[in-house]
Design a protein around this ligand. Sequence first.
Ligand SMILES: *Cc1c(COP(=O)(O)O)cnc(C)c1O
Length: 392
Amino acid sequence: MNQPRKRIYVSVPHMGSNELRYVQEAFETNWISTVGPNITAFEKAIQDRVGLPAVALSSCTAAIHLALRLVGVAEGDEVFSPSLTFIGGVNPILYLGAKPVFLDCDAGSWNLDPNVLQDALKTKAERKCLPRAVIVTHLFGRCADMDPILEVCGRYGIPVVEDAAEALGSLYRGRSAGVFGAVGTFSFNGNKILTTSGGGVLVSQNEEWVSQARYWSRQARDVGGAFEHSDLGYNYAMSNVLAGIGRGQMEILDQRVQQRRDVALRYRSALADIQGVEFPRETPGDFETYWLSRILIDEARLGVTRDSILQVLEAYNIEARPVFHPMHLQKPFLRAERFGGAVSEDISRRGICLPSSSSLSAEEQDLVIAVVRETIGASRETQTANRGCLDA
Ligand SMILES: *Cc1c(COP(=O)(O)O)cnc(C)c1O
């Protein structure tokens, strides 16, 4: 190959055929700002998909901020969150002057461990300082075990905010991620399963809360044009231009989910024979989108470190990432209280997120697989067979 090969990223935007048309319509009709038919259609598409009223926002971080406020989080309150998550889902706790408390995940699902949650709530109840809310994240598109989580939270009367940023299209016991908590949120950031370039959505069974979130997202402007505001608001609305992208993306959600699952399946069948590379197992009865394909490395067994695998991939101009760094180890949260943490730390230390884009071609993925195999010396035969591919 004469030209340098294109970099392979972990997750890139993947447009369908109608996004540009809806954006063009916004220009032609001059609905460029934060109202217009794309917003209405995008919100309806979400509602049709997940079954709950929805409001389009500027990001999922904004959606979580509003969600926490809706369930009553205020200054000084404590909020439970899984430690293994993305920081955008956690920072809004601090925006509200509340205190995060981090809980460990379970080794199977990498999501909030219901047993840790139960113990933490019991401890807090004894101290008479229950949290105001529990954030539950569905990491990488795999659903957390909502039944026991909802059961124990219900027992203590604590509302659940569901961070489904990575789980649009995922199902828990046949129902859409995001509909189980008091409020659910989705991300349309550029690296997510669908994107609006940047954006978020808030859903709730409580229609008044959805209206309240919409009102807060538009500077809490009172009815009429008199610039009167009787509450604190934010500039969190989504633009009608970007909602046009989201409208087109929602039309092809199933296709994008299938493509991500196909990528994950190909990794599994190509690497499953290697002792020391583990794949997360799908929970029977649930449906996971595999937003990102990930593996766990047993360094002792393989004789290579996780980081050396990342470095070799990088040398081939392939982006791969460690799994999220636990929140209890992050500078802004070092003083936060936590329950457990060893499981999150272990996954974070040994996990790799592989290139997972729905647009990843078979040739690109073959290269990634060949580099991983070569790095861990899994199969000399495969190495030789792929030599031409690696040299390309
Ligand atoms: C991406 C992500 C967010 C933040 O979403 P934005 O739309 O980028 O603000 C929050 N939580 C999780 C788990 C995420 O993956």
